[in-house]
Design a protein around this ligand. Structure first.
Ligand SMILES: *[C@@H]1O[C@H](CO)[C@@H](O)[C@H](O)[C@H]1NC(C)=O
Ligand SMILES: *[C@@H]1O[C@H](CO)[C@@H](O)[C@H](O)[C@H]1NC(C)=O
Ligand SMILES: *[C@@H]1O[C@H](CO)[C@@H](O)[C@H](O)[C@H]1NC(C)=O
Ligand SMILES: *[C@@H]1O[C@H](CO)[C@@H](O)[C@H](O)[C@H]1NC(C)=O
Length: 356
């Protein structure tokens, strides 16, 4: 191939040179926002509705894109929303073939559903993680062919004949996934899931109210995030970008103790080369999804810096006006104009390669 042709092709197909044109009214960008297809609605049927909403409304809101969702985006000044498949989605499908097939179905359905309004909607890919090679190939297809902006997985992948074997992405067999993520230069949003029944029974039978977002989501997901850190994933893939919602599933609130205790285990052959605090400065980002706590925002700015923190809501499990009311308080004494722009849209534009 002629060198010039090769260069032009490389430029054309390099994803980071494609900046997606989005609406710019100076509004917000949000990207931990759930959607699903009718075939997967049963997975979320017992989930608590957003405050004040019924379970039927929750289901209708999960299926909707262009009606009440878009209307609320307009009235709440949200310029752009990235959609992803509601938890557990593919991570709740243990059979590898069924999971891989459903991932393709979900990704195609989402691409199709938003194709007539890409100024307002983007997408994160769903992936079956039983086979990292297959997952990497589907991620590549979703980004290069469907124009997706990254990937969102709902914590560990269930696998095995009874669905009781959890797969964590901090193991060496996932290197091909992390390599592909780095090559495509797209972020990986790690989102919570409800634990499998054996774990729920063991840990929460004494206080079942703690299942879900009050405690279990953060407890389970923070272990996965820290596993990725301590097992050296970011040392092998220094360009990998991970996003964690709900203000980081509590990890940035506890970095001092986490690192102090991990350093004591260095003699035992701890694989990570840096400390967890450093990964939160170099590889990990967080969003405010479902956790509109101003004091926490201020504390986390000190711990990891505002250049790692972005706005998001967690619709429809959290009501959009609740997020709007909170985010609108921040320019009044919490964040200056430049900081607010970064938090509410600027950093997301950079991370997702958007163009306003
Ligand atoms: C929802 O609850 C019903 C009744 O308790 C149960 O039969 C069903 O398996 C639950 N569905 C999910 C997805 O957990
Ligand atoms: C996109 O298609 C959906 C479904 O047909 C429709 O409801 C919506 O109004 C369309 N949006 C635009 C911007 O054309
Ligand atoms: C994953 O899928 C690839 C491609 O189909 C196959 O060659 C490989 O053996 C599979 N790996 C595992 C661990 O099943
Ligand atoms: C983490 O590592 C950085 C860089 O070496 C160092 O400056 C910092 O003090 C460490 N933090 C903790 C909590 O150990």
């Amino acid at each position: 191939m002629h060198l010039f042709t090769a260069t032009v092709l490389a430029l054309v197909f390099s994803p980071c040179l494609f900046a997606r044109k989005i609406r710019n009214t100076g509004g917000t960008i949000v990207f931990e926002e759930a959607w699903t297809i009718p075939a997967l609605l049963g997975q979320t049927s017992n989930t608590t509705a957003a405050q004040g909403g019924t379970n039927d409304e929750l289901k209708a809101n999960l299926l909707d894109i262009h009606n009440q969702r878009l209307q609320q985006m307009d009235t709440n000044k949200i310029d752009f929303m990235v959609l992803s498949c509601a938890s557990p989605c593919i991570q709740g499908i243990a059979d590898p073939d069924a999971a891989a097939e459903m991932a393709i179905t979900v990704n195609n359905a989402l691409a199709d559903a938003i194709s007539n309004n890409t100024e307002r909607f983007g997408a994160f890919a769903s992936l079956a993680m039983q086979n990292a090679t297959t997952a990497a190939a589907e991620l590549t297809r979703a980004v290069k062919e469907l124009g997706f902006l990254g990937v969102l997985l709902n914590d560990y992948q269930q696998s095995g004949p009874d669905g009781l074997t959890p797969l964590y992405y901090d193991q060496p067999e996932y290197d091909i996934f992390w390599q592909t993520l780095s090559d495509l230069d797209v972020p990986f949003y790690l989102h919570p899931r409800t634990d499998i029944p054996s774990i729920l029974n063991f840990q929460y039978a004494h206080a079942p109210f703690l299942k879900g977002p009050a405690q279990q989501f953060a407890a389970t997901l923070s272990g996965h995030v820290l596993g990725i850190c301590v097992n050296g994933v970011f040392d092998r893939f220094p360009k990998a970008k991970l996003i964690v919602g709900h203000f980081g599933e509590r990890v940035p609130s506890d970095l001092v103790r986490i690192d102090a205790e991990l350093i004591r285990q260095l003699p035992l052959g701890l694989p990570m080369q840096k400390n967890v605090t450093t990964y939160w400065h170099e590889n990990i980002f967080e969003t405010s999804s479902g956790n509109f706590a101003t004091d926490l925002l201020k504390f986390h700015i000190g711990q990891i810096g505002l250049d790692r923190i972005m706005y998001s809501i967690d619709y429809p499990f959290v009501n959009i006006p609740q997020g709007t009311t909170w985010v609108n308080t921040l320019p009044h004494g919490v964040l200056n104009k430049r900081e607010f722009e970064s938090f509410s849209r600027g950093l997301a534009i950079e991370l997702l390669h958007l163009d306003d």
